[in-house]
Write a protein that binds this ligand. Structure first.
Ligand code: SAH
Length: 267
């Protein structure tokens, strides 16, 4: 990882001096300032420490980094964007690197919020990393593909309810904030986007074997058409203690607390 110390080097500027969008990095730059501000203002300030993932040309960043009392850092994988940010926001602390490879402890000794108009090609991985760091990340505000946002915010019984809905809602209150149309991006993505907010819900422990909980949720949804009786065979654990009513259901019918009860009955 290359810290931000290097001086910006001259670059072959594109026509307007803007960063050229690179598809492989999921770059769709937000053009609409009102939406950018709305996203930035959606952080409720549970912590003054904030990490932005993928600032690009800084459309969200500029509404955040110089707020009073904020301890703001950004991580951006694209060196052209990093150079752009150095040129336009010299006081901004931006790390050139991959968020998925970042050890957050190197940046923050305190809990920190995560914000971004995220690179859509790694949105699930970002959310799994948030889940893994749930005790250090009290708040997330992010733009995702609409479909991912809906999945995360989905409730039991719906077709989109899945692994991330259960894992994240076990520890976060999840709000679907608003939908964003394709034409406010350059280049426009193929799909609509949406902004969601996650806030830690105060649950510190699920009072069951949490590793097994994650495994049960994943196994259940990876074979979502099967009843749990069939899906759970993979676990190689006796199902005798599992409440009968769960065995004939499918994973998408179980709430977080059902999954906790189920996990306990498997331990
Ligand atoms: N926030 C900007 C850019 C959004 S596009 C805007 O709203 O306009 C997504 C951004 O994430 C791009 O700048 C891309 O380079 C960056 N990115 C992609 N993969 C990344 C990763 N693994 N870690 C950090 N940044 C990443």
């Amino acid at each position: 990882m290359n810290p931000h110390s290097s001086r910006p080097t001259p670059r072959p500027a594109s026509s307007e001096g803007n960063v050229r969008a690179k598809k492989a990095l999921g770059q769709h730059f937000l053009k609409d300032e009102a939406i950018a501000r709305q996203i930035a203002d959606s952080l409720t300030g549970l912590t003054p420490h904030v990490l932005e993932i993928g600032p690009g040309m800084g459309v969200l960043t500029k509404y955040l980094y110089n707020r009073e009392g904020i301890d703001f850092h950004a991580i951006e994988i694209d060196s052209e964007s990093v150079r752009y940010l150095h040129d336009h926001y010299p006081q901004l602390h931006v790390i050139e690197g991959d968020f998925l490879a970042l050890d957050p402890a190197t940046l923050f000794s305190q809990p920190f919020a995560v914000i971004g108009n995220f690179p859509y090609n790694i949105s699930s991985q970002i959310l799994f990393k948030v889940f893994d760091n749930r005790n250090r990340v009290p708040e997330v505000v992010g733009m995702f593909q609409k479909e991912v946002a809906e999945r995360v915010a989905a409730k039991p019984g719906s077709k989109t309810y899945g692994i991330l809905s259960v894992l994240l809602s076990a520890f976060y209150d999840i709000e679907y904030l608003f939908t964003v149309h394709e034409h406010v991006f350059n280049p426009p993505p193929k799909v609509k986007s949406a902004v969601i907010r996650l806030r830690r819900n105060g649950v510190t422990s699920l009072e069951c074997d949490e590793e097994l909980f994650v495994k049960v949720v994943k196994i259940g949804f990876n074979q979502r058409r099967k009843t749990l009786r069939n899906a759970l065979r993979q676990l190689d654990r006796p199902l005798d203690a599992v409440p009968e009513q769960f065995l004939s259901l499918r994973a998408e019918q179980l709430s977080v607390s059902d999954f906790i009860t189920l996990t306990k009955s498997l331990s």
